[in-house]
Design a protein around this ligand. Structure first.
Ligand code: GLY
Length: 370
């Protein structure tokens, strides 16, 4: 088991990466004084992921001495990361943890939807209770579970309501990746590729050379990649926990167009698929504005294609105007001025604002309708 530490200004916590971690969960929590017998543990999970791992998590907690464990299911799928499910989860938690003298510990067991929404529940219940993320997906391991961004979607856009609430511990059990559907492996790989594209050229080149092994979840190739992505994210969060200092914004590479496509296609494409298309758009825009060599978008596109990810919306019948309209709700856009994370090279980025709207429209048209 490997251990990395996130030094977020508001809280320091560890990420544990390895195999068979779920079995050790209870002991880890007691050794770290996160759990205690009388503290109820509320596990927020999904029907599918809970079906695989809930019993093992509960057993591990009970063996270590936890007296009360409960489960709430958030239905699978990004379209359930909404305020209706948030409301249901909070009401369940208030019944489960009814004893006012016992603050519950929330565990989110699953991927991005459960982690984001469950973390938001932990942030708001009684003005904040501790939580930990047990992440079972590649996307969760490399992105959502680290850094404390918790959120729900609104009809107007993704993650439009949310907060920062750092977990007390993150566990990424690599064994769980074996039960991931291919589509989820691809979705996570889009975020992995993002880290290489913006922050680490060596990682990008490792991905280029090993993409087939990585897509087959070859442990020797994948474990160091997951670790590196967590390290990169921890570095970013240490410098700019609250996304106010112009550093954390880098992790939004590909997300301006990506989130808008996700909203307009009503989540029929996965987060990773939309980010893949969004990264292609942002890389082409970077080249068109003269910030990088043409090989940057070409290599990025080839790597995404090699991972089986889409580089345009193809026959989804989405309209460029709709995507452009939703992009205007992007949290990064200030006083109506567009802001993009763009590449200056592989592994290097810059922020640009006030880009000519026709240029943006042309690029969005290429990936949405072209
Ligand atoms: N997923 C982007 C961030 O954590 O800032």
């Amino acid at each position: 088991m490997e251990q990395l530490t996130v030094h977020a200004p508001s809280q320091t916590y560890d990420i544990l990466i390895g195999r068979n971690i779920i079995e050790k969960l209870g002991n880890e929590l007691f050794e770290r004084h996160i759990a205690e017998p009388e503290r109820p543990v509320a596990i927020l999970t999904s029907p599918r992921i809970g079906g695989f791992y809930y019993d093992a998590v509960r057993l591990s907690l009970e063996k270590s001495g936890v007296l009360e464990v409960g489960r709430f299911n958030i239905p699978d799928g990004e379209d359930h990361k909404n305020l209706q499910q948030f409301d249901k989860a909070l009401n369940w938690l208030s019944r489960f943890a009814a004893n006012p003298s016992r603050t519950p510990l929330v565990i989110t067991l699953g991927g991005g939807v459960v982690g984001d929404l469950g973390g938001f529940v932990a942030h708001t219940f009684k003005r904040g209770v501790p939580f930990l993320q047990v992440t079972t997906t590649l996307l969760g391991a490399v992105d959502c579970s680290v850094g404390g961004k918790v959120a729900a979607n609104l009809p107007a856009g993704k993650n439009l309501v949310g907060a920062f609430h750092q977990p007390s511990l993150v566990l990424a059990d690599m064994d769980c990746l074996n039960t991931l559907p291919d589509a989820e492996v691809k979705s996570g790989m889009a975020e992995v590729i993002k880290y290489g594209a913006i922050l680490d050229k060596d990682l990008f080149e490792f991905l280029e050379a090993n993409i087939d092994k990585l897509m087959d979840l070859d442990d020797e190739a994948l474990a160091p990649v997951v670790r590196r992505c967590c390290e990169l994210k921890a570095l970013v969060v240490k410098q700019d926990e609250y996304d106010k200092k112009g550093v954390r914004i880098s992790l939004n590479f590909g997300h301006t167009v990506g989130h808008a496509i996700e909203n307009v296609c009503k989540y029929s494409l996965s987060h990773g698929e939309c980010v893949s298309i969004g990264m292609v758009a942002a890389a082409r825009l970077s080249h068109k504005l003269g910030f990088c060599h043409s090989s940057v978008p070409t290599r990025l596109q080839s790597l995404l294609e090699a991972a089986g990810l889409p580089v345009e919306c193809c026959a989804r019948n989405l309209e460029t105007d709709q995507v452009l309209e939703v992009m205007k709700t992007d949290k990064k856009w200030i006083r109506g001025k567009n802001r993009f994370v763009l590449l200056t090279n592989l592994g290097a980025w810059k922020e640009a604002e006030g880009i000519d709207e026709n240029t943006i429209e042309d690029i969005v048209y290429e990936v949405v309708e072209g």
